[in-house]
Design a protein around this ligand. Structure first.
Ligand SMILES: [Zn+2]
Length: 138
């Protein structure tokens, strides 16, 4: 699936909704292609006690189907003042969440724009396990 197709599919899931407590949900949407080729969608959910990013929402749907490896991920947000669509980079929690789902996800493609796709590993600096500082002591 091409980058713009996935961006479009994610944007079709945008459903901003402000609840009675003035919390905004669904104003960020994500689409994830699993290694198995299925596409999963999610939106952000923001409550007073906890928030869930759109990416982790889509990834939870993927895991619900029994898949853990990601091929491609994107998240989008539309500015309601300008009407313009933006691709959002995943936050640090989502980056680490993707990594911890499966170490192979470091090779997943993260869409950052129309012509800007990076590997997850490039968005997580110093992700390698560190070398020991000294030789074994015992
Ligand atoms: Zn996030």
């Amino acid at each position: 699936m091409k980058t713009m197709d996935l961006i479009k599919q994610a944007s079709e899931r945008l459903r901003p909704y402000t609840d009675t407590r003035d919390r905004l949900h669904g104003d960020v949407a994500s689409a994830v292609i699993s290694k198995s080729g299925q596409v999963y969608y999610g939106v952000c959910v923001d409550t007073s006690g906890w928030g869930l990013c759109a990416e982790r929402s889509a990834l939870a749907a993927m895991v619900t189907d029994g898949f853990y490896e990601i091929d491609t991920v994107v998240a989008v947000w539309r500015d309601d003042k300008t009407g313009k669509l933006h691709v959002l980079p995943p936050c640090g929690i989502c980056r680490n969440f993707m990594r911890e789902l499966d170490e192979n996800n470091l090779e997943a493609d993260v869409i950052l724009g129309k012509e800007n796709v990076k590997k997850l590993k490039d968005l997580i600096p110093y992700h390698e396990w560190p070398e020991p500082l000294e030789e074994k002591k015992f």
